[in-house]
Design a protein around this ligand. Structure first.
Ligand code: ADP
Length: 185
């Protein structure tokens, strides 16, 4: 099982993927950490807000990890990996892609706590309101993509919903979450 967990920064990917990996006994790959550790970037954007990630190198590195971990697993049945990060959905190989979503007005508070510049916060809130991660993921992974809104959930509740999606008991198809109201305000 290759599970991709993506979404706008602050939607809970790191928190939820840690809990999920522990529950399932899956390997966890934090894409941001991988980019830093392996220097998979070519520089910073002009505002110095974002690393310019070398997407080809990232994909290559993820393929390498999958190969190594797959070989190292006891059997195919036991092999499971979670790839998390706001760029993780660009990786073309996945059995399931979960996009975490959060109401932009709530997300704003979470991003402000990170001490980010207003422009960076605004860009991310706009991206959340415009469903950017979802549509990017959908273009690559089609019906494998599910969206889970975490605004009024605890991380544990979100984990339980993802477990139900993995078990095929619940579906959260793309297109049911609408944060466009935030853009008018
Ligand atoms: P990301 O990896 O998407 O940037 P993080 O997991 O690093 O997100 O941060 C999410 C923040 O939001 C954490 O401080 C977490 O405690 C908080 N949070 C509040 N509610 C939830 C929820 N339902 N799921 C995940 N995180 C939540």
């Amino acid at each position: 099982m290759i599970l991709i967990l993506t979404g706008t920064p602050g939607t809970g990917k790191t928190t939820i993927s840690c809990l999920l990996a522990e529950k399932l006994g899956y390997q966890l790959v934090d894409v941001n950490q991988l980019v830093d550790e392996k220097h998979l970037y070519t520089g910073l954007d002009p505002e110095k807000d974002y690393k310019i990630v070398d997407m080809e190198a990232l994909e290559e590195e993820l393929h390498k990890i999958l190969e190594e971990d797959h070989l190292g697993a006891d059997s195919d049945e036991k092999f499971g990996i979670i790839i998390e990060g706001h760029l993780s959905h660009y990786f073309p190989q996945a059995d399931l892609v979960v996009v975490l979503r959060t109401e932009p007005s709530i997300l704003k508070g979470r991003l402000q706590k990170r001490g980010w510049k207003e422009t960076k916060i605004h860009e991310n809130l706009e991206a959340e309101a415009l469903d950017i991660c979802t549509w990017e993921a959908h273009q690559i992974h089609s019906t494998k993509v599910h969206e889970i809104e975490t605004t009024n959930l605890t991380p544990e509740e979100a984990v339980n919903l993802i477990l139900e999606v993995i078990a095929g008991k619940k579906l959260f198809p793309v297109g049911e979450i609408d944060f466009s109201g935030y853009l008018g305000g």
